[in-house]
Design a binder for this molecule. Structure first.
Ligand SMILES: Cc1cc2nc3c(=O)[nH]c(=O)nc-3n(C[C@H](O)[C@H](O)[C@H](O)COP(=O)(O)O)c2cc1C
Length: 221
């Protein structure tokens, strides 16, 4: 009887130990989502001659699954709306009264970020993949990258002209991105066909922020 009790104690202790180790291994992995992704410094030389890029610029609506490297993302965002004069912080695209009243939201499978030109970083805006909210055309949800141009009305001194200025800002930035894409073998299309209210809600925008346009980017299929 004594032997039986000792055997039972050892047996159940071993089973309990195995169970603890087993469960420990199965604990759900907490994904450590990065609040801020530091991008490598942008490479601001090279590329196709300007006249050749203008000759080849076009909209494309087919995208492969290949993701952009952090270096390419850094270069692309710098071309779009990065700082090209460090002494003043002025940008590669002009803005009315130098308001710089445009934020670029970066929507990828890994999460949703806001481009921070001063820090050359991606700051987390939403810990989820919001690409499917960036437009209703079928390629939008699966292309590796969608940029959303969000105007910040609070930066305009007067309310008049804010929509015109916002459209112009998105247009300048979008064209910079088009030329970068042409120059470096990426496909792109700028789009107005977006449910702006729904996207604004998902991006948690405030009443002074407005989605203007979106732009899909990726390598050819
Ligand atoms: C303000 C604006 C909105 C656009 N919206 C869309 C859109 O929602 N979906 C789309 O597929 N293309 C959109 N486009 C791309 C145009 O369809 C495209 O530029 C046009 O057909 C000319 O083709 P190209 O860019 O190759 O010269 C838009 C372009 C602009 C400038």
């Amino acid at each position: 009887m004594k032997k039986y009790i000792i055997f039972s104690v050892i047996f159940f202790t071993v089973i309990a130990a195995i169970a603890v180790v087993g469960f420990k291994d199965k604990t759900p992995v907490t994904v450590n989502h990065t609040e801020q992704i530091k991008l490598p410094p942008p490479e601001t030389t090279g590329g196709m001659p300007l006249m050749e890029a203008l000759s080849k610029r076009q909209s494309s609506r087919t995208f492969g699954a290949q993701k952009l490297s952090d270096q390419t993302l850094s270069n692309l965002l710098w071309a779009g709306f990065g700082i090209n004069r460090k002494d003043t912080g002025k940008r590669t695209a002009p803005t009315a009264n130098d308001t710089r009243a445009m934020d670029i939201y970066v929507l990828m499978e890994s999460g949703t970020y806001k481009y921070n030109a001063e820090e050359n970083s991606l700051d987390m805006a939403a810990d989820k993949d919001l690409r499917s909210f960036a437009g209703s055309q079928d390629f939008v949800a699966t292309a590796p990258l969608n940029l959303v141009y969000v105007s910040d009305y609070s930066k305009f001194k007067s309310g008049s002209g804010k929509e015109l200025y916002s459209g112009a800002h998105a247009g300048f930035i979008g064209e910079n991105v088009y030329l970068f894409c042409t120059s470096f073998g990426l496909n792109t299309v700028i789009r107005a066909y977006v449910d702006k209210e729904k996207l604004a809600k998902e991006l948690n925008l405030n009443e002074n922020q407005a989605v203007v346009l979106s732009q899909t980017i990726g390598y050819p299929n």
